[in-house]
Design a protein around this ligand. Sequence first.
Ligand SMILES: NC(=O)C1=CN([C@@H]2O[C@H](COP(=O)(O)OP(=O)(O)OC[C@H]3O[C@@H](n4cnc5c(N)ncnc54)[C@H](O)[C@@H]3O)[C@@H](O)[C@H]2O)[C@@H](O)CC1
Ligand SMILES: Nc1ncnc2c1ncn2[C@@H]1O[C@H](COP(=O)(O)OP(=O)(O)O)[C@@H](O)[C@H]1O
Length: 284
Amino acid sequence: MTAPTEVVSWRDFTMADARGYLAAPTPSDDKYSRGVLGVITGSRAYPGAAVLGVEAASRTGLGMVRYLGPGRATRLVLQRRPEIVTAQGRVQAWLLGSGMDAAARSGRVTAELVAALGQGHPVVIDAGALDLVHAGTGSVVITPHASELQRVLGEWGVDVSVTAISEDPQGWAQRAAELLKVTVLLKGHVTHIAQGTRGYRVTAPTTELAAAGSGDVLGGILGALLATHAQAISNDPSVMARLAATAAVVHGLAGEKASGGGPIVALDIAESVPAVISGLRSSY
Ligand SMILES: NC(=O)C1=CN([C@@H]2O[C@H](COP(=O)(O)OP(=O)(O)OC[C@H]3O[C@@H](n4cnc5c(N)ncnc54)[C@H](O)[C@@H]3O)[C@@H](O)[C@H]2O)[C@@H](O)CC1
Ligand SMILES: Nc1ncnc2c1ncn2[C@@H]1O[C@H](COP(=O)(O)OP(=O)(O)O)[C@@H](O)[C@H]1O
């Protein structure tokens, strides 16, 4: 693969930056105008990922989550969150793929994912839907870790090792964003977000975030931010990268708050999100 042609300026994305992307409902808002997130995540093997993403999206603040994943995951999601709607209907953004395995996906689920990607809405593509990035017709942000990015790049004809990506996450996030024409959020202790000529770094305030399901929570936070900023994205697609960086900031702070210096489980991160958002709104 040739070197990137665009000059990308990288900078740290701060808490003060994030504050501007945390929408609060106005007096004239209703649940539809605030933003509805459609979610197709989870599978027979990983139903818990659906619960984690839905919980995180709900805790980030939006009008409604419409969960449209498989049966067992639906039951678990509803047990945890009865406010989740499981009927088809309009959405302003999608969260797709967490807790799915592309190799094990049924034709029906693939068709549902492709249909969602074809609606032109902003989309978070995670884990087991990353192979469908080509089908996105709206603004797309992908959320791979290094191993997932290696797989995606391989599918696009770029042969690179996980080690090479881990040694130069900035460069590879940038190259992937350019090749795939999407926003790339490459997860790690330092998360790198690349889109066009812009790049943002978010350093995690705690290493306790390295825990199963933590990335599924990040996907939910980001999905909610896309749903609540669908109009802003439509006006200026470059806002996708700043929303992705905001999600990483909120995720990191929520992990830090949940941890308090001790270990955490992924659901703790989601549960800490409202307090983090409250703190960010009032601190700057
Ligand atoms: N409770 C749940 O339902 C959970 C579901 N999960 C889902 O499990 C599926 C499989 O996810 P995994 O990523 O764990 O895949 P795998 O467990 O299949 O790991 C694939 C490869 O990626 C490597 N890898 C994992 N994280 C890496 C990182 N940060 N940097 C470099 N290499 C890394 C692993 O060493 C392995 O070689 C996804 O759909 C995910 O969303 C996980 O999020 C864990 C929690
Ligand atoms: N060493 C680390 N320090 C801080 N954060 C980390 C570290 N390793 C991973 N993370 C974060 O934890 C999350 C892990 O996501 P992911 O790899 O998708 O795991 P899972 O699939 O289990 O949810 C990401 O948000 C990533 O940025």
